[in-house]
Design a protein around this ligand. Structure first.
Ligand SMILES: *[C@@H]1O[C@H](CO)[C@@H](O)[C@H](O)[C@H]1NC(C)=O
Ligand SMILES: *[C@@H]1O[C@H](CO)[C@@H](O)[C@H](O)[C@H]1NC(C)=O
Ligand SMILES: *[C@@H]1O[C@H](CO)[C@@H](O)[C@H](O)[C@H]1NC(C)=O
Ligand SMILES: *[C@@H]1O[C@H](CO)[C@@H](O)[C@H](O)[C@H]1NC(C)=O
Ligand SMILES: *[C@@H]1O[C@H](CO)[C@@H](O)[C@H](O)[C@H]1NC(C)=O
Ligand SMILES: *[C@@H]1O[C@H](CO)[C@@H](O)[C@H](O)[C@H]1NC(C)=O
Ligand SMILES: [Zn+2]
Length: 284
């Protein structure tokens, strides 16, 4: 059994605890160097099915290592340069200790964000069987959303999500989500057209190298008071300690790709034009 904190089972023991995987050569998470991402025109738009449904989020659970939300069937993604459609199974979170000690797993140009949300998907071919999916080098697709601090009590969707935390303080506790929240609500404000792509692994043992990673460029904005609730409401397994610092450190870098610059240079040309316009207007 692995863990984040006990020296007997924490990160440095994973390569021996789960050899063949955790000591592999395409491990996650990584630091993404934005300037080194190569352009790939195959990284098209995603299609999200069931992400707008208020009945797609089924249950929230304290697993002892994270807070996990499971989905009903019929939630799917396709496009996004993936070889086929993938079933979305669950999301879970990684964090540090409130906003003071950030705990995203991926870092971008060395910056660690307060939290990170991972949506786990398996190739539709495997009918949600993760045992089969982890045997395929692209059997899973993980969507990573970085979380950044915003103004108080925002957004409403995260206020709703965090309201469930007091019901799952202990390992194994779970509670049904009351149809008051959709994935789109939780991911609001993120333009899902812009992302980084690389091939990596699960970030917890047994670290299978079976994951097509997508890390979205824009973070989800969540207020400090709501972020702080994760590190002050739930406890880790077999312990009276609060669940803090639940993330793996970055692993050796991997080739990262992203959408071709064309669209972003058009965008910056556009904002330059807007700025010039604003400057001209400011004189009047
Ligand atoms: C990982 O550990 C296993 C078992 O000890 C070993 O066979 C394998 O060569 C190691 N892989 C790497 C990349 O070091
Ligand atoms: C895009 O996809 C095509 C067809 O699968 C492939 O031949 C090409 O190498 C891909 N481009 C990149 C940059 O990976
Ligand atoms: C987490 O932060 C709180 C204060 O914000 C502090 O009291 C506590 O000791 C910290 N926990 C760890 C494990 O660093
Ligand atoms: C997943 O597939 C494996 C191998 O075919 C099978 O043994 C296992 O029972 C399946 N698991 C589930 C939950 O269906
Ligand atoms: C999202 O980003 C794409 C590409 O940069 C852009 O074309 C699109 O207009 C953006 N969408 C929104 C809603 O801002
Ligand atoms: C933690 O508790 C579970 C059951 O609650 C037990 O199976 C497991 O062995 C314990 N792990 C450690 C590291 O004590
Ligand atoms: Zn994760």
């Amino acid at each position: 059994e692995w863990c984040y904190h006990d020296p007997d089972c924490s990160e440095s023991t994973w390569p021996s605890l789960a050899a063949l995987h955790c000591n592999g050569t395409r491990q996650s998470p990584i630091n993404i160097v934005s300037g080194s991402a190569t352009e790939d025109e195959n990284l098209t738009e995603f299609t999200f099915e069931g992400y707008n449904s208020k009945s797609a989020l089924e249950r929230i659970e304290n697993t002892g290592d994270t807070v996990k939300v499971t989905f009903t069937t019929g939630v799917k993604i396709s496009g996004g340069g993936l070889s086929e459609s993938y079933d979305s199974l669950q999301f879970h979170l990684h964090w540090g200790n409130g906003t003071a000690e950030p705990g995203s797993e991926h870092t971008v140009d060395g910056k660690r964000f307060p939290m990170e949300l991972h949506i786990v998907n398996t190739k539709s071919t495997y009918s949600r069987n993760t045992t089969l999916a982890v045997k395929d080098s692209e059997g899973l697709a993980a969507l990573g959303f970085l979380i950044e601090v915003s103004v108080d009590d925002q957004p409403a969707s995260w206020k709703t999500l965090t309201s469930y935390l007091t019901s799952i303080s202990n390992t194994g506790e779970k509670i049904t989500i009351q149809g008051d929240l959709s994935l789109d609500d939780l991911l609001s404000g993120v333009n899902r057209s812009n992302y980084y792509r690389y091939l990596g692994s699960l970030t917890t043992p047994v670290c299978n190298e079976a994951v097509v990673w997508t890390v979205f460029k824009e973070p989800i904005k969540v207020s400090k008071n709501l972020i702080d609730l994760f590190s002050s409401s739930v406890y880790i397994k077999n312990s009276t300690s609060l669940m803090v610092h639940v993330y793996r450190s970055t692993q050796p870098s991997q080739p990262v790709s992203t959408q071709p610059k064309a669209s972003s240079s058009t965008k910056s040309g556009y904002s330059l034009a807007l700025m010039t316009f604003a400057l001209i207007m400011a004189r009047y």
